[in-house]
Ligand binder design. Structure first.
Ligand SMILES: *Cc1c(COP(=O)(O)O)cnc(C)c1O
Length: 420
Protein backbone atom coordinates (compact mmCIF):
# COMPACT_ATOMS: atom_id res chain seq x y z
CA UNK A 1 0.00 0.00 0.00
CA UNK A 2 1.14 3.52 -0.81
CA UNK A 3 2.09 5.51 2.27
CA UNK A 4 2.05 9.31 2.75
CA UNK A 5 5.58 10.65 2.97
CA UNK A 6 4.42 13.50 5.14
CA UNK A 7 1.94 12.46 7.81
CA UNK A 8 -1.66 13.57 7.35
CA UNK A 9 -2.82 14.63 10.81
CA UNK A 10 -6.14 14.77 12.57
CA UNK A 11 -5.91 18.53 13.11
CA UNK A 12 -2.81 20.70 13.42
CA UNK A 13 -2.20 24.45 13.63
CA UNK A 14 -2.56 26.32 10.33
CA UNK A 15 -0.41 29.44 10.46
CA UNK A 16 -0.62 32.42 8.13
CA UNK A 17 2.32 34.70 8.88
CA UNK A 18 0.64 37.51 10.81
CA UNK A 19 1.14 35.49 14.00
CA UNK A 20 4.88 36.07 13.77
CA UNK A 21 4.37 39.79 13.27
CA UNK A 22 2.40 40.16 16.51
CA UNK A 23 4.73 37.88 18.47
CA UNK A 24 7.69 39.94 17.22
CA UNK A 25 5.88 43.11 18.18
CA UNK A 26 5.48 41.76 21.72
CA UNK A 27 9.17 40.95 21.78
CA UNK A 28 10.37 44.25 20.40
CA UNK A 29 8.18 46.32 22.71
CA UNK A 30 9.13 44.01 25.60
CA UNK A 31 5.53 43.17 26.52
CA UNK A 32 6.64 39.61 27.24
CA UNK A 33 4.21 38.98 30.09
CA UNK A 34 0.51 38.67 30.78
CA UNK A 35 -0.27 42.26 29.84
CA UNK A 36 -0.05 43.97 26.47
CA UNK A 37 -1.69 45.05 23.27
CA UNK A 38 -2.11 41.53 21.86
CA UNK A 39 -4.21 40.49 24.85
CA UNK A 40 -6.39 43.59 24.60
CA UNK A 41 -6.90 43.00 20.90
CA UNK A 42 -7.75 39.28 21.08
CA UNK A 43 -10.26 40.02 23.82
CA UNK A 44 -11.85 42.72 21.69
CA UNK A 45 -11.85 40.65 18.50
CA UNK A 46 -13.13 37.46 20.13
CA UNK A 47 -15.98 39.27 21.88
CA UNK A 48 -16.84 40.97 18.61
CA UNK A 49 -16.84 37.68 16.70
CA UNK A 50 -18.88 35.81 19.31
CA UNK A 51 -21.25 38.75 19.64
CA UNK A 52 -20.84 38.97 23.41
CA UNK A 53 -19.90 41.96 25.53
CA UNK A 54 -16.82 40.67 27.35
CA UNK A 55 -14.02 38.21 26.72
CA UNK A 56 -11.29 37.37 29.23
CA UNK A 57 -8.13 35.82 27.78
CA UNK A 58 -6.84 32.87 29.83
CA UNK A 59 -4.04 30.33 29.67
CA UNK A 60 -6.24 27.55 28.26
CA UNK A 61 -9.80 26.38 27.71
CA UNK A 62 -9.64 24.25 30.84
CA UNK A 63 -8.81 27.36 32.91
CA UNK A 64 -11.81 29.13 31.35
CA UNK A 65 -14.05 26.19 32.23
CA UNK A 66 -12.62 26.04 35.73
CA UNK A 67 -13.32 29.70 36.47
CA UNK A 68 -16.75 29.44 34.82
CA UNK A 69 -17.52 26.46 37.06
CA UNK A 70 -16.23 28.21 40.18
CA UNK A 71 -18.24 31.31 39.36
CA UNK A 72 -21.42 29.31 38.76
CA UNK A 73 -20.92 27.51 42.08
CA UNK A 74 -20.46 30.75 43.99
CA UNK A 75 -23.51 32.35 42.42
CA UNK A 76 -25.63 29.30 43.19
CA UNK A 77 -24.35 28.29 46.60
CA UNK A 78 -22.42 31.25 48.03
CA UNK A 79 -18.75 31.79 48.76
CA UNK A 80 -17.07 28.50 49.72
CA UNK A 81 -14.86 27.97 52.75
CA UNK A 82 -11.15 28.20 51.83
CA UNK A 83 -10.69 24.42 51.97
CA UNK A 84 -13.79 23.68 49.93
CA UNK A 85 -14.67 24.12 46.27
CA UNK A 86 -17.69 26.19 45.31
CA UNK A 87 -19.64 23.05 44.34
CA UNK A 88 -18.87 21.20 47.55
CA UNK A 89 -21.62 18.64 48.18
CA UNK A 90 -23.53 19.48 44.97
CA UNK A 91 -24.28 17.51 41.83
CA UNK A 92 -23.82 18.96 38.33
CA UNK A 93 -25.30 17.54 35.12
CA UNK A 94 -22.67 17.14 32.41
CA UNK A 95 -22.23 15.95 28.82
CA UNK A 96 -20.98 12.37 28.77
CA UNK A 97 -19.26 12.00 25.40
CA UNK A 98 -16.57 14.66 25.61
CA UNK A 99 -12.95 15.44 26.42
CA UNK A 100 -12.31 15.11 30.15
CA UNK A 101 -11.43 18.82 30.39
CA UNK A 102 -15.19 19.44 30.36
CA UNK A 103 -15.73 17.48 33.56
CA UNK A 104 -12.54 17.92 35.59
CA UNK A 105 -13.40 21.49 36.70
CA UNK A 106 -16.45 20.07 38.49
CA UNK A 107 -14.05 17.86 40.44
CA UNK A 108 -11.67 20.81 41.05
CA UNK A 109 -14.60 22.55 42.75
CA UNK A 110 -15.51 19.40 44.73
CA UNK A 111 -18.81 18.88 42.92
CA UNK A 112 -20.09 15.56 41.65
CA UNK A 113 -20.70 15.17 37.92
CA UNK A 114 -23.85 13.30 36.89
CA UNK A 115 -23.36 12.22 33.30
CA UNK A 116 -26.21 12.66 30.84
CA UNK A 117 -26.44 10.31 27.86
CA UNK A 118 -26.10 11.45 24.26
CA UNK A 119 -28.67 11.82 21.46
CA UNK A 120 -28.11 10.56 17.92
CA UNK A 121 -29.01 13.71 15.96
CA UNK A 122 -25.98 15.83 16.96
CA UNK A 123 -24.02 13.50 19.32
CA UNK A 124 -24.57 15.92 22.17
CA UNK A 125 -26.45 15.94 25.48
CA UNK A 126 -29.86 14.30 25.11
CA UNK A 127 -32.65 16.63 26.33
CA UNK A 128 -34.83 13.60 27.13
CA UNK A 129 -32.12 12.14 29.37
CA UNK A 130 -31.61 15.59 30.94
CA UNK A 131 -35.31 15.79 31.82
CA UNK A 132 -35.05 12.30 33.34
CA UNK A 133 -32.06 13.43 35.38
CA UNK A 134 -34.02 16.34 36.84
CA UNK A 135 -36.71 13.84 37.89
CA UNK A 136 -34.06 11.80 39.69
CA UNK A 137 -32.10 14.76 41.10
CA UNK A 138 -34.48 17.74 41.30
CA UNK A 139 -32.08 19.89 43.35
CA UNK A 140 -29.44 20.19 40.63
CA UNK A 141 -28.88 23.79 39.50
CA UNK A 142 -26.03 23.56 36.99
CA UNK A 143 -25.56 21.94 33.57
CA UNK A 144 -22.28 21.73 31.62
CA UNK A 145 -23.00 21.41 27.91
CA UNK A 146 -20.56 20.61 25.10
CA UNK A 147 -20.90 21.15 21.34
CA UNK A 148 -19.02 18.04 20.26
CA UNK A 149 -16.56 18.25 17.37
CA UNK A 150 -17.96 21.68 16.49
CA UNK A 151 -21.59 20.54 16.06
CA UNK A 152 -24.06 22.66 18.06
CA UNK A 153 -26.15 20.79 20.66
CA UNK A 154 -29.96 20.99 20.85
CA UNK A 155 -29.64 24.20 22.77
CA UNK A 156 -33.23 25.47 22.87
CA UNK A 157 -34.56 22.15 24.18
CA UNK A 158 -31.86 22.03 26.82
CA UNK A 159 -32.32 25.67 27.77
CA UNK A 160 -36.10 25.20 28.17
CA UNK A 161 -35.53 22.29 30.56
CA UNK A 162 -32.93 24.26 32.52
CA UNK A 163 -35.25 27.28 32.79
CA UNK A 164 -38.06 25.05 34.04
CA UNK A 165 -35.80 23.76 36.81
CA UNK A 166 -34.02 27.04 37.52
CA UNK A 167 -30.64 25.69 36.40
CA UNK A 168 -27.75 27.63 34.86
CA UNK A 169 -25.73 26.51 31.82
CA UNK A 170 -21.97 26.43 31.35
CA UNK A 171 -21.30 26.21 27.64
CA UNK A 172 -18.14 24.33 26.69
CA UNK A 173 -17.61 25.74 23.21
CA UNK A 174 -13.94 24.70 23.18
CA UNK A 175 -14.40 22.75 19.95
CA UNK A 176 -17.09 24.88 18.35
CA UNK A 177 -15.72 28.42 18.02
CA UNK A 178 -17.40 29.90 14.96
CA UNK A 179 -20.27 27.38 14.86
CA UNK A 180 -23.75 28.89 15.00
CA UNK A 181 -27.09 27.75 16.37
CA UNK A 182 -30.20 29.44 14.95
CA UNK A 183 -27.93 32.22 13.72
CA UNK A 184 -26.29 32.79 17.13
CA UNK A 185 -22.66 32.05 17.91
CA UNK A 186 -21.89 29.12 20.18
CA UNK A 187 -19.84 30.45 23.07
CA UNK A 188 -22.49 33.10 23.65
CA UNK A 189 -25.50 30.90 24.40
CA UNK A 190 -24.92 29.78 27.98
CA UNK A 191 -24.78 31.67 31.26
CA UNK A 192 -21.01 31.11 31.36
CA UNK A 193 -19.02 30.27 28.22
CA UNK A 194 -15.59 28.94 27.37
CA UNK A 195 -13.60 28.46 24.18
CA UNK A 196 -10.13 27.00 23.60
CA UNK A 197 -7.11 27.97 21.48
CA UNK A 198 -5.33 24.64 22.06
CA UNK A 199 -2.95 23.57 19.30
CA UNK A 200 -5.44 21.30 17.55
CA UNK A 201 -8.48 23.62 17.69
CA UNK A 202 -9.81 25.53 14.70
CA UNK A 203 -8.01 28.73 15.78
CA UNK A 204 -4.96 28.33 17.96
CA UNK A 205 -2.46 30.26 20.03
CA UNK A 206 -0.46 27.04 20.57
CA UNK A 207 -2.43 27.16 23.82
CA UNK A 208 -4.90 29.59 25.35
CA UNK A 209 -8.58 29.98 26.07
CA UNK A 210 -11.26 32.56 26.58
CA UNK A 211 -14.05 33.14 29.05
CA UNK A 212 -17.01 34.79 27.31
CA UNK A 213 -19.86 36.60 29.01
CA UNK A 214 -22.34 39.44 28.77
CA UNK A 215 -21.96 40.26 32.45
CA UNK A 216 -19.45 42.94 33.34
CA UNK A 217 -19.28 41.70 36.92
CA UNK A 218 -18.54 38.12 35.85
CA UNK A 219 -15.82 39.27 33.46
CA UNK A 220 -14.18 41.36 36.19
CA UNK A 221 -14.36 38.51 38.67
CA UNK A 222 -12.76 36.02 36.29
CA UNK A 223 -10.06 38.52 35.33
CA UNK A 224 -9.27 39.10 38.98
CA UNK A 225 -9.19 35.39 39.89
CA UNK A 226 -6.97 34.65 36.90
CA UNK A 227 -4.31 37.10 38.13
CA UNK A 228 -4.00 35.75 41.71
CA UNK A 229 -7.01 37.63 43.07
CA UNK A 230 -5.19 40.84 43.89
CA UNK A 231 -7.27 43.49 45.60
CA UNK A 232 -6.92 47.17 44.69
CA UNK A 233 -4.29 47.93 47.31
CA UNK A 234 -0.71 49.22 47.08
CA UNK A 235 0.59 45.84 48.35
CA UNK A 236 -0.48 42.27 47.52
CA UNK A 237 -3.78 42.10 49.36
CA UNK A 238 -5.88 38.93 48.98
CA UNK A 239 -9.47 38.31 50.04
CA UNK A 240 -10.04 35.29 47.80
CA UNK A 241 -8.15 32.28 46.49
CA UNK A 242 -6.27 33.20 43.33
CA UNK A 243 -5.03 31.48 40.15
CA UNK A 244 -2.30 32.08 37.63
CA UNK A 245 -4.54 31.61 34.60
CA UNK A 246 -3.97 34.72 32.49
CA UNK A 247 -3.00 34.43 28.83
CA UNK A 248 0.52 35.49 27.87
CA UNK A 249 0.89 38.44 25.50
CA UNK A 250 3.12 36.25 23.28
CA UNK A 251 0.43 33.56 22.96
CA UNK A 252 -2.11 36.33 22.38
CA UNK A 253 0.03 37.46 19.44
CA UNK A 254 -0.45 34.08 17.80
CA UNK A 255 -4.20 34.13 18.44
CA UNK A 256 -4.38 37.69 17.12
CA UNK A 257 -2.76 36.62 13.87
CA UNK A 258 -5.11 33.64 13.59
CA UNK A 259 -8.48 35.24 14.33
CA UNK A 260 -9.00 36.84 10.90
CA UNK A 261 -8.77 33.33 9.38
CA UNK A 262 -11.54 31.68 11.39
CA UNK A 263 -14.06 31.81 8.55
CA UNK A 264 -11.48 30.52 6.07
CA UNK A 265 -10.66 27.60 8.39
CA UNK A 266 -14.34 26.77 8.77
CA UNK A 267 -14.78 26.75 4.99
CA UNK A 268 -11.81 24.37 4.62
CA UNK A 269 -13.13 22.07 7.35
CA UNK A 270 -16.57 22.06 5.76
CA UNK A 271 -15.12 21.15 2.39
CA UNK A 272 -13.31 18.22 4.04
CA UNK A 273 -16.51 17.03 5.73
CA UNK A 274 -18.47 17.25 2.46
CA UNK A 275 -15.78 15.39 0.51
CA UNK A 276 -15.89 12.52 3.00
CA UNK A 277 -19.66 12.53 2.90
CA UNK A 278 -19.68 12.26 -0.86
CA UNK A 279 -16.87 9.67 -0.84
CA UNK A 280 -18.73 7.43 1.62
CA UNK A 281 -22.23 7.86 0.25
CA UNK A 282 -22.65 4.23 -0.81
CA UNK A 283 -20.86 2.76 2.23
CA UNK A 284 -22.79 1.47 5.26
CA UNK A 285 -21.71 4.50 7.31
CA UNK A 286 -22.91 8.00 8.22
CA UNK A 287 -20.97 11.17 8.96
CA UNK A 288 -21.38 12.82 12.39
CA UNK A 289 -24.81 14.41 11.94
CA UNK A 290 -26.03 17.96 12.58
CA UNK A 291 -29.29 19.86 12.46
CA UNK A 292 -29.07 21.23 8.94
CA UNK A 293 -32.06 23.49 9.43
CA UNK A 294 -31.00 25.19 12.64
CA UNK A 295 -27.27 24.97 12.92
CA UNK A 296 -24.05 25.57 11.06
CA UNK A 297 -21.16 23.60 12.61
CA UNK A 298 -17.55 24.71 12.32
CA UNK A 299 -16.78 21.13 11.14
CA UNK A 300 -13.72 20.99 13.41
CA UNK A 301 -13.44 17.21 13.09
CA UNK A 302 -15.08 15.00 10.51
CA UNK A 303 -16.30 11.75 12.07
CA UNK A 304 -17.97 8.62 10.79
CA UNK A 305 -20.22 6.01 12.33
CA UNK A 306 -20.39 2.47 10.96
CA UNK A 307 -23.85 0.90 10.62
CA UNK A 308 -24.50 -1.82 13.18
CA UNK A 309 -24.88 -4.53 10.57
CA UNK A 310 -21.60 -3.56 8.90
CA UNK A 311 -19.53 -3.93 12.06
CA UNK A 312 -17.07 -6.80 12.26
CA UNK A 313 -16.33 -8.17 15.70
CA UNK A 314 -14.28 -5.77 17.81
CA UNK A 315 -13.34 -5.88 21.49
CA UNK A 316 -11.68 -3.24 23.64
CA UNK A 317 -10.48 -3.46 27.21
CA UNK A 318 -8.95 -0.61 29.23
CA UNK A 319 -5.83 -0.45 27.04
CA UNK A 320 -6.05 -2.51 23.87
CA UNK A 321 -8.35 -3.31 20.98
CA UNK A 322 -8.74 -6.39 18.80
CA UNK A 323 -10.94 -7.21 15.84
CA UNK A 324 -11.70 -10.08 13.53
CA UNK A 325 -11.64 -9.02 9.84
CA UNK A 326 -14.76 -9.95 7.94
CA UNK A 327 -15.74 -9.60 4.29
CA UNK A 328 -17.97 -6.56 3.65
CA UNK A 329 -17.60 -5.35 7.22
CA UNK A 330 -15.22 -3.22 9.24
CA UNK A 331 -14.82 -1.45 12.59
CA UNK A 332 -13.06 1.63 13.98
CA UNK A 333 -10.09 -0.44 15.13
CA UNK A 334 -9.49 -1.80 11.62
CA UNK A 335 -9.90 1.62 9.97
CA UNK A 336 -7.61 3.33 12.49
CA UNK A 337 -5.04 0.61 11.92
CA UNK A 338 -5.21 1.07 8.13
CA UNK A 339 -4.97 4.86 8.44
CA UNK A 340 -1.91 4.42 10.61
CA UNK A 341 -0.39 2.13 7.99
CA UNK A 342 -0.63 4.84 5.33
CA UNK A 343 0.75 7.47 7.75
CA UNK A 344 -2.56 9.23 8.45
CA UNK A 345 -3.97 10.01 11.88
CA UNK A 346 -7.49 9.11 13.00
CA UNK A 347 -8.84 8.81 16.52
CA UNK A 348 -11.61 6.94 18.30
CA UNK A 349 -14.65 8.98 19.32
CA UNK A 350 -14.23 10.32 22.89
CA UNK A 351 -14.74 7.44 25.28
CA UNK A 352 -17.78 8.37 27.41
CA UNK A 353 -16.99 9.86 30.80
CA UNK A 354 -19.31 7.42 32.60
CA UNK A 355 -17.08 4.59 31.33
CA UNK A 356 -13.83 6.20 32.49
CA UNK A 357 -12.24 4.54 35.52
CA UNK A 358 -11.80 7.93 37.23
CA UNK A 359 -15.56 8.62 37.06
CA UNK A 360 -16.84 5.07 37.40
CA UNK A 361 -18.67 5.84 40.66
CA UNK A 362 -20.56 8.88 39.31
CA UNK A 363 -24.24 8.62 38.45
CA UNK A 364 -25.20 8.32 34.78
CA UNK A 365 -28.65 8.87 33.28
CA UNK A 366 -30.01 7.71 29.90
CA UNK A 367 -33.19 8.71 28.09
CA UNK A 368 -34.88 5.54 29.28
CA UNK A 369 -34.02 6.53 32.83
CA UNK A 370 -31.68 3.62 33.28
CA UNK A 371 -27.94 4.03 33.67
CA UNK A 372 -26.63 3.65 37.14
CA UNK A 373 -26.96 5.24 40.50
CA UNK A 374 -23.96 6.07 42.65
CA UNK A 375 -22.06 2.98 43.88
CA UNK A 376 -23.69 0.64 41.34
CA UNK A 377 -21.04 -1.26 39.47
CA UNK A 378 -21.09 -0.52 35.76
CA UNK A 379 -20.84 -3.39 33.34
CA UNK A 380 -20.27 -2.15 29.81
CA UNK A 381 -23.02 -3.22 27.48
CA UNK A 382 -25.30 -4.27 30.31
CA UNK A 383 -27.81 -1.61 29.29
CA UNK A 384 -28.36 0.56 26.28
CA UNK A 385 -26.56 3.85 26.14
CA UNK A 386 -25.91 5.97 23.08
CA UNK A 387 -22.47 7.19 24.19
CA UNK A 388 -20.93 3.74 24.40
CA UNK A 389 -22.50 2.86 21.05
CA UNK A 390 -20.89 5.91 19.39
CA UNK A 391 -17.57 4.98 20.98
CA UNK A 392 -17.82 1.42 19.66
CA UNK A 393 -18.87 2.26 16.11
CA UNK A 394 -17.47 5.76 15.52
CA UNK A 395 -14.15 7.37 14.72
CA UNK A 396 -12.64 10.78 13.94
CA UNK A 397 -11.11 11.08 10.49
CA UNK A 398 -8.03 13.01 9.41
CA UNK A 399 -9.42 16.58 9.30
CA UNK A 400 -6.39 18.78 8.89
CA UNK A 401 -6.94 22.02 6.96
CA UNK A 402 -3.76 21.43 5.00
CA UNK A 403 -4.76 17.98 3.74
CA UNK A 404 -5.02 18.14 -0.07
CA UNK A 405 -8.05 16.78 -1.97
CA UNK A 406 -5.75 14.13 -3.48
CA UNK A 407 -4.59 13.03 -0.03
CA UNK A 408 -8.16 12.91 1.17
CA UNK A 409 -9.26 10.88 -1.85
CA UNK A 410 -6.61 8.31 -1.03
CA UNK A 411 -7.81 8.16 2.59
CA UNK A 412 -11.34 7.63 1.31
CA UNK A 413 -10.12 4.87 -1.00
CA UNK A 414 -8.32 3.09 1.84
CA UNK A 415 -11.39 3.30 4.09
CA UNK A 416 -13.60 2.01 1.28
CA UNK A 417 -11.17 -0.89 0.98
CA UNK A 418 -11.89 -1.84 4.61
CA UNK A 419 -15.49 -2.65 3.62
CA UNK A 420 -14.60 -4.86 0.65
C1 LIG B 1 -9.90 21.19 23.98
C2 LIG B 1 -11.07 21.06 24.85
C3 LIG B 1 -11.11 21.62 26.14
C4 LIG B 1 -9.91 22.20 26.83
O1 LIG B 1 -9.25 23.19 26.21
P1 LIG B 1 -7.68 23.42 26.51
O2 LIG B 1 -7.42 24.73 25.89
O3 LIG B 1 -6.94 22.30 25.90
O4 LIG B 1 -7.51 23.46 28.00
C5 LIG B 1 -12.28 21.54 26.85
N1 LIG B 1 -13.35 20.93 26.37
C6 LIG B 1 -13.36 20.34 25.16
C7 LIG B 1 -14.61 19.70 24.69
C8 LIG B 1 -12.21 20.37 24.38
O5 LIG B 1 -12.21 19.75 23.19
Amino acid sequence: MKKFEKKVWLATPTMHGDELKYVTEAYETNWMSTVGQNINEVERLTAEYAGCKYAVALSCGTASLHLATKLAGEQLYGMPKPHQGSLYGHKVFCSDVTFDATVNPIAYENGEAVFIDTERDTWNMDPVALEKAFELYPDVKLVVLVHLYGVPAKFDEIKAICDKHGALIIEDAAESFGATYKGKETGNLGDFNAISFNGNKIITGSSGGMFLTNSREDAEKVRKWSTQSREAAPWYQHEEVGYNYRMSNVIAGVVRGQLPYLDEHIAQKKAIYMRYKEGFKDLPVIMNPYDEENSEPNFWLSCMLINEDAMCKQVRDGQKALYIPEKGKSCPTEILEKLNEINAEGRPVWKPMHAQPIYRMNPFVTAKGNGRAKTNAYIEGSFEDVGMDLFNRGLCLPSDNKMTPEEQDYIIEVIRGCFE
